[in-house]
Write a protein that binds this ligand. Structure first.
Ligand SMILES: *Cc1c(COP(=O)(O)O)cnc(C)c1O
Length: 217
């Protein structure tokens, strides 16, 4: 299945984040040995523990809801935070990144699904955030693009519509706030059940867990 996923991604040039939440370091090493270097986790403590136990050339992506008081645990090493949903969180990431003398790459998370359980911004909130003078002053964060999760449903038409909506938000923000900036280029969408649709709709990063590792217990 892993090889098939890579084969499906190749024509699009999209990146694979292997979502290793709940998987042991030993299991993660099996995929590392097959060449995978990007792994995603959604809990801070679990991520910190695994980072300490696994090879330093792994790029760790944080994909879960992030509380401000936990940013400091990720700031020494995290390579991309997919889930920024407030200016306050972005400011805290900037502060902790400065302490580490590094720039931390971030994506803004959008709420595109029907369920109200999923975190994220809407377009107006993002506009307010990106046009705030305080945002312009953040030298230690780099906003690389956006992320979103489609509704958990079998309705492929709905999933495609939601991904298309996310893509249009990306295009709008790019034109309004990042014209000509190649750094704003990532669209993180697509999971095990819907990544093929996400690729067709312009995803540049898919986040896949159960299709690689098997169902989580
Ligand atoms: C768990 C998770 C995934 C992967 O889900 P699968 O259905 O196992 O592929 C992707 N993105 C986020 C934000 C997740 O929490």
């Amino acid at each position: 299945m892993f090889e098939e996923i890579l084969k499906n991604l190749a024509p699009y040039g999209a990146k694979l984040v292997a979502v290793s939440k709940t998987q042991s370091p030993e299991v993660i090493m099996e995929w590392y040995d097959r060449g995978q270097r990007l792994f995603g986790e959604n809990r801070v403590q679990e991520l910190v523990d695994k980072q300490g136990a696994l090879p330093p050339d792994i790029e760790w992506h944080f994909i879960g809801h992030l509380q401000r008081n936990k940013v400091k645990y990720l700031s020494p090493f995290v390579s991309l935070i997919h889930s920024v949903d407030s200016l306050k969180l972005l400011q805290e990431i900037n502060k902790q990144a400065q302490r580490q003398s590094r720039v931390i790459n971030c994506l803004l998370q959008f709420h595109i699904a029907e369920e109200d359980t999923k975190f994220g911004l809407n377009l107006e909130e993002a506009r307010t955030m990106l046009s705030a003078p305080a945002t312009g002053a953040l030298d230690y964060v780099s906003i690389r693009g956006i992320m979103g999760m489609a509704t958990y449903t079998d309705d492929k038409v709905q999933i495609r519509r939601e991904f298309r909506h996310l893509r249009s938000i990306f295009n709008t923000l790019k034109a309004e706030f990042f014209p000509g900036e190649t750094s704003f280029s990532e669209l993180s969408m697509g999971m095990s059940g819907d990544y093929l649709i996400a690729l067709e709709e312009g995803s540049t990063i898919v986040r896949i867990g159960s299709l690689i590792f098997g169902e989580r217990s």
